[in-house]
Ligand binder design. Structure first.
Ligand SMILES: NC(=O)c1ccc[n+]([C@@H]2O[C@H](COP(=O)([O-])OP(=O)(O)OC[C@H]3O[C@@H](n4cnc5c(N)ncnc54)[C@H](OP(=O)(O)O)[C@@H]3O)[C@@H](O)[C@H]2O)c1
Length: 243
């Protein structure tokens, strides 16, 4: 397919890497210049163009802009009725995007993660998921969402990723000050957390790790007594209802 990308930032760059090697013709907008140049250098089917030329060369268009920039950037461009647009912008609803890309069709909102560059990374999809699944499944699991309200709840809950990563980073640093090879220590902890969470429910894993007096139980109980679970619940509520 002929694919265009407007806004070649962090997430769009990862997405293009995830699309590489599948026979698509991919045109990316020049900004961010370092990202677009690197993609064109690394991936033979990628070329770089000005925004309007990206659209003119594409049947499917991904929007990788910040939502605040979208009205002015997209307002200066001419879309075609036969184009399908997939937005990556967490800060704009499909209803807001539709008039910005008319007469093209805003078919879906897609929220990927940087891991999409390599596969195995979850993708949230709102709207018509058919194109998203054609491009990215089954290499990446696509989670279909019902409506904007459900998307909002997912956006709040997915923020658990950063504190989890911080905990693994801190435990890795702690281990690194004691272990012979710090890099190996972090690799071990990342593999431990990712693999064990990937095979079953989180609650079942907590139960399986609940050996009386064991390392896992003792650390979990210590953190709970320090307020970790209550702070998580409060933090999620705050994300849902910012003051
Ligand atoms: N990062 C993530 O993990 C993630 C995940 C899911 C969804 N998202 C969503 O994806 C969007 C982008 O996020 P990001 O993290 O990738 O941010 P980012 O790296 O700042 O990407 C924004 C891109 O828009 C470009 N841009 C600005 N003005 C432009 C113009 N006139 N023409 C063409 N491109 C223009 C910027 O180029 P310059 O650098 O040259 O200004 C930059 O490449 C956001 O709406 C975010 O909600 C991000």
């Amino acid at each position: 397919m002929r694919i265009g990308v407007i806004g070649t930032g962090v997430i769009a760059t990862a997405l293009v890497r995830g699309l590489a090697g599948q026979g698509h013709v991919i045109t990316v907008s020049q900004r961010s210049a370092a990202n677009s140049a690197t993609l064109a250098r690394d991936i033979p089917e990628v070329s770089v163009a000005e925004n309007q030329a990206v659209l003119d060369a594409s049947d499917v268009v991904f929007l990788g802009l910040m939502a605040e920039a979208a009205p002015s950037v997209l307002g200066a461009l001419q879309f075609r009725p036969d184009q399908q647009v997939i937005s990556l912008m967490a800060g704009a609803t499909l209803a807001q995007i539709a008039p910005m890309v008319a007469p093209a069709c805003a078919v879906a909102l897609m929220l990927p993660y940087p891991g999409i560059a390599h596969g195995g990374s979850p993708v949230l999809a709102l709207g018509d998921p058919a194109l998203i699944e054609t491009f990215f499944a089954p290499r990446n699991p696509v989670f279909r969402l019902k409506d904007e309200a459900e998307l909002s709840a997912y956006l709040c809950a997915q923020a658990v990723l950063s504190p989890v990563a911080q905990m693994v980073a801190d435990a890795s640093d702690w281990l690194g000050r004691r272990a012979d090879e710090p890099v190996q220590g972090e690799a071990f902890l990342r593999a431990l957390v990712a693999s064990n969470l990937s095979v079953g429910s989180a609650g079942a894993l907590v139960e399986a790790l609940n050996t009386e007096g064991g390392y896992n139980q003792r650390l979990r109980v210590h953190l709970e007594r320090a307020g970790l679970r209550a702070a998580l619940a409060q933090g999620l509520d705050k994300l849902e209802r910012p003051q």
